[in-house]
Design a protein around this ligand. Structure first.
Ligand SMILES: C[S@@+](CC[C@H](N)C(=O)[O-])C[C@H]1O[C@@H](n2cnc3c(N)ncnc32)[C@H](O)[C@@H]1O
Length: 260
């Protein structure tokens, strides 16, 4: 289970809040793209499922929407309340499991879900709830990564594949980005559009805030996929590539989907 699956049980929730605040700046392009596709009208009632620290609630409110946030974590909701209050914006927040929403059917004009499905127990149940609370014709926007899409160049592609296979291994649904279209159709959405934002990393310094190669190599080693010597040799190769400019890694970091 990843830490974002149960933030309140985390030993260091402030680190998770800091991670979200850092990611908020690094993910501006996909976040703006997601909002463009959602095309919220002035005064529309919009639900942010798994709202975290409330960055997007503030953006929606500032843009003229009436934004409602739910999150499973009281720590996150307190952070969201502080952000909205500081900005003088109304705070409409509730603690809830995204798979059991405390709202009636067809209550919202639009709904957004960002980097949440990867952490929940049952992504299909969350999408079914999103569909239930959306009015007919209302739009859902989703953004999730596909950690299983990670690739990295190496003279030893077998070890590279073994390490890449461990990226996001602690996350409940590491490949949910890849499954978005299938899951949305299964939830009953008929108009589904998907875009992918490919991230390219040219050094270990660029990659390490997102993915820790030493942790992934450690997991590949500890699960017997590679030997300790292979792990050390491979990590040394990646450090050398990073130092001399030959490092190359890619990730479908944001899979964006809009559905009605
Ligand atoms: C990676 S954070 C993303 C937060 C926010 N959407 C963003 O993009 O900044 C994942 C959030 O999902 C929440 N979450 C995890 N499981 C949940 C569930 N079953 N129901 C509601 N929220 C959940 C976590 O508490 C956390 O705030």
């Amino acid at each position: 289970m990843s830490t974002f699956s149960d933030v309140d049980a985390s030993a260091r929730p402030q680190e998770l809040i800091a991670y979200l605040d850092h990611a908020h700046h690094g993910l501006q392009a996909p976040k703006l793209r997601l909002e463009q596709g959602l095309a919220v009208q002035h005064g529309a009632l919009v639900l942010d499922l798994g709202c975290g620290t409330g960055h997007e609630l503030a953006r929606l409110e500032a843009g003229g929407a009436v934004a409602v946030g739910i999150d499973a974590s009281t720590v996150m909701l307190h952070a969201g309340l502080a952000r909205l209050t500081d900005k003088g914006l109304p705070a409409r927040l509730a603690q809830a499991d995204a798979a059991r929403l405390p709202f009636g059917a067809a209550a919202f004009d639009a709904c957004r879900i960002e980097r949440v499905l990867q952490h929940v127990a049952d992504p299909a149940a969350v999408l079914a709830e999103a569909r239930r609370v959306l009015r007919p014709g209302g739009t859902l926007a989703v953004c999730e990564p596909d950690w299983s899409s990670f690739t990295i160049a190496s003279a030893d592609p077998e070890t590279a594949a073994a390490v890449a296979g461990q990226v996001g291994a602690q996350i409940a649904h590491r490949a949910v980005g890849r499954d978005l279209r299938r899951l949305l159709v299964a939830a009953g959405f008929t108009e589904v559009r998907v875009e992918v934002e490919l991230a390219v990393y040219a050094s270990l310094e660029e990659l390490s805030p997102i993915i820790s190669l030493p942790h992934a190599a450690e997991r590949a080693r500890d699960t017997g996929r590679i030997s300790p010597a292979q792990a050390d040799h491979w990590l040394a190769e990646q450090s050398a590539l990073s130092a001399d400019g030959g490092f190359h890694a890619t990730l479908n970091r944001s899979v964006l989907a809009w559905a009605r």
